[in-house]
Ligand binder design. Structure first.
Ligand SMILES: [Zn+2]
Length: 460
């Protein structure tokens, strides 16, 4: 038999190294490497929990189509992110920072799914009475929810076998431990073993299994990232503006990962924000747009809504210009600034740049680049843009404005929201009075500036 080997795993991102490192080269976290013993046989094989799956060799035509079914969770926003409802069987990871509302939403979900069968809430963090108080506060039907407070994997699996639930919520994965693994709860090894065993159990017993996983910044607990590959669907909760939560799917075996769910959080728990179209725009007086603000239309799955990008430039301190931007990737801001500097003769390399998105939603789409450029231009030149202009387009390094997906949808959404000027990438065979088409960033700035002068001239 092979000797026991040691390896080191980053508890934040799962990177494996042969030596201990102070800082993870992948995710940049400090002191996150954890020692892991690797025996010749994989750790999971010696532990009893893994239920047997049908692994006989057969023809593809003989494979029985699994009777997986979807059912509504009772929360439209969650169903949308899941790709049309909860899949059964499935294993879903729900990650997010502590206190963001993961336990609350999962308690609400199982309470509204009781028609699918027995539901089980496993709490390793809170006592049964704490969970009861929370459920009472949310006005849930207490008699429909089974609660089990234990953190031992083997005991939990027996309980699940006996109850035969339709939905199980594990709150949280980091508290579970298997007796077959020597390390402490919350370590990389424990999390993997428990997640794997319960996912397999979910498959073989037709359960929708939800794992709550805490994302901690200090790296004291292993992050949910290291079990992402073991589950079907991965959802993350983000905190946007006060009381607003965004649920984003980063992996979904049963649907697309473009959809986001937007929730408002109050004492009654999380409720859906039905119409987010103007949700991410500050309330302003008509036409009173300050410098450094530009509107753009973004698409998230089946929805299109308007977002406000804010920019601020100040003379840089200490000779090293910096970009402060956490809602838009700082590398993208730097690239757009470089394009402006080269192709629109706008000097930004002597400024510190701050970028924000109203409402706190993270933007990853390339289509926001034109609005970002115009916000930067507006901030640097102290020229407010026209208050009812929406712009979108991708910027190439050569300063061209490139077409983006869903052009029609974005134009339509902007007009529906009462924005009467749209600045869009030039495409052939387009004619619309309220839409201006631009080919490059210089032209975009010219059009915006002309529009501004025109409007203020006719307004006075
Ligand atoms: Zn790492």
């Amino acid at each position: 038999m092979k000797a026991v080997q040691t390896r080191f795993v980053c508890s934040a991102c799962g990177r494996v190294e042969t030596k201990w490192l102070g800082r993870c080269p992948s995710c940049g976290a400090w002191n996150t490497f954890e020692e892991e013993k690797v025996t010749a046989a994989p750790a999971s094989s010696k532990s009893a929990p893994a239920p047997v799956l049908d692994n006989r060799l057969k023809k593809l035509s003989e494979v029985e189509v699994s009777s997986s079914v979807r059912f509504a969770s009772g929360m439209d926003e969650l169903d949308r992110v899941l790709g049309g409802g909860i899949m059964r069987p499935s294993a879903v990871l729900v990650g997010g920072e502590p206190g963001i509302g993961k336990s609350t939403i999962m308690l609400q979900v199982i309470s509204s799914c009781t028609q699918a069968g027995p539901v089980l809430y496993v709490s390793g963090e809170e006592s049964p009475s704490q969970v009861r108080l929370r459920a009472e506060r949310l006005k849930l039907k207490l008699e429909d929810i089974n609660i089990f407070c234990d953190t031992r994997l083997e005991v939990l699996m027996d309980v699940i076998e006996e109850l035969k639930p339709a939905i199980v919520v594990i709150d949280s994965l980091q508290t579970l431990s298997s007796s077959s693994v020597p390390s402490v709860p919350g370590s990389v090894n424990q999390m993997r073993t428990c997640c794997m065993a319960l996912s397999l159990l979910a498959k073989s017993r037709n359960i929708a299994m939800f794992f709550i996983g805490h994302v901690t910044k200090d790296g004291a607990l292993a992050g949910p990232k290291i079990v992402e590959h073991l589950v079907d669907t991965v959802l993350y909760f983000e905190s946007a503006q006060t009381g607003v939560r965004i649920l984003r799917s980063v992996k979904n075996r049963f649907g697309s990962v473009d959809e986001i769910g937007i929730f408002r959080m109050d004492h009654m728990g999380l409720s859906a924000v039905k119409d987010p179209s103007l949700f991410f725009i500050s309330d302003r007086e008509e036409g009173a747009l300050p410098s450094g603000v530009a509107y753009t239309a973004v698409t998230e799955g089946s929805r299109t809504f308007l977002v406000e990008i804010q920019a601020l430039t100040v003379p840089c301190k200490g000779g090293m210009p910096r970009v402060y931007s956490d809602k838009i990737d700082a590398a993208r801001v730097n690239r757009v600034a470089a394009i402006l500097e080269r192709h629109a003769s706008l000097v930004l390399s002597d400024c510190d740049t701050y970028i924000n998105v109203a409402g706190g939603i993270k933007l990853n789409e390339v289509s926001i680049e034109l609005a970002l450029a115009l916000a930067l231009w507006s901030a640097r030149t102290n020229t407010p843009l026209y208050g009812r202009q929406v712009c979108f387009g991708e910027l190439s390094l050569a300063g061209e404005v490139r077409p983006v997906a869903f052009l029609e949808r974005r134009i339509k959404a902007s007009q529906e929201m009462g924005f009467d000027k749209v600045l869009a990438p030039a495409v052939r065979s387009q004619k619309d009075g309220s839409v201006s088409y631009c080919r490059n960033i210089k032209q975009a700035i010219m059009i915006s500036r002309a529009l501004r002068t025109e409007v203020s001239a006719s307004g006075s």
